[in-house]
Design a protein around this ligand. Structure first.
Ligand SMILES: Cc1cc2nc3c(=O)[nH]c(=O)nc-3n(C[C@H](O)[C@H](O)[C@H](O)COP(=O)(O)O)c2cc1C
Length: 186
């Protein structure tokens, strides 16, 4: 059956390299449906806001998550960690814990940076956070894209590096094949 994959980008930057990488996934397999799950309009998480009635942007964010078979997060690293906007979105998705829309949702992780370590620290943190939320993350495989500025055409906003394209395509297929086997036991 056709799988629908949600794409979350951990950068809000207009010319984000990570968004270009996420966008490139969409051209890699016509049998997969992709949907952007935007996080830029979410308010800062505050338990008081939850109590006074969930904001509309949060409701629509949560229903986007509910409507997909899995999520691929493509994120930069800020100061050796997870970008605040992504953490904020994951916190909203995790609430309330008893009916969390992200619990048990299979997730794949990709990160890109102009630096040399490929977002390894951010990805370690994201895995730890998702584990707490009862979210299975594709094990073993890591996609750490370093020197990303040399692998894309910044004007056309496309990924050009063939090796990276092949690796991403292979990761995408592993993710799709794993989705139906990813669920943790109760
Ligand atoms: C506040 C801040 C902290 C950063 N810290 C890191 C870091 O720890 N590791 C890293 O590889 N790049 C770091 N960078 C550089 C980002 O990788 C770079 O800005 C990248 O282009 C951001 O991703 P984007 O293009 O998808 O927006 C940092 C950038 C900012 C703005």
């Amino acid at each position: 059956m056709t799988k629908t994959i949600g794409l979350i980008c951990g950068s809000l930057r207009k010319d984000s390299y990570n968004r270009i990488i996420a966008q490139s996934l969409k051209n890699m397999d016509d049998s997969i449906q992709f949907r952007w799950i935007e996080i830029n309009e979410l308010p800062l998480f505050n338990e008081d806001l939850e109590k006074s009635g969930t904001p509309e942007t949060v409701t629509s964010f949560k229903s986007s998550i509910q409507g997909v078979d899995g999520i691929i997060i493509v994120s930069p690293e800020y100061n050796s960690g997870i970008p605040g906007v992504l953490k904020n979105a994951l916190d909203w998705a995790s609430r309330p814990r008893e009916s969390s829309v992200i619990s048990r949702k299979p997730v794949g992780l990709i990160g890109a940076t102009p630096g040399g370590l490929g977002t390894v620290y951010a990805q370690m943190q994201i895995r730890q956070i998702l584990e707490t939320m009862n979210v299975p993350v594709l094990p073993f495989q890591k996609v750490l894209i370093s020197q990303v500025h040399e692998k894309i055409d910044a004007n056309q906003k496309v990924l050009t590096d063939e090796r990276t394209k092949r690796y991403l395509q292979s990761y995408l297929h592993q993710f799709i094949n794993w989705i139906d086997h990813s669920l943790v036991l109760d």
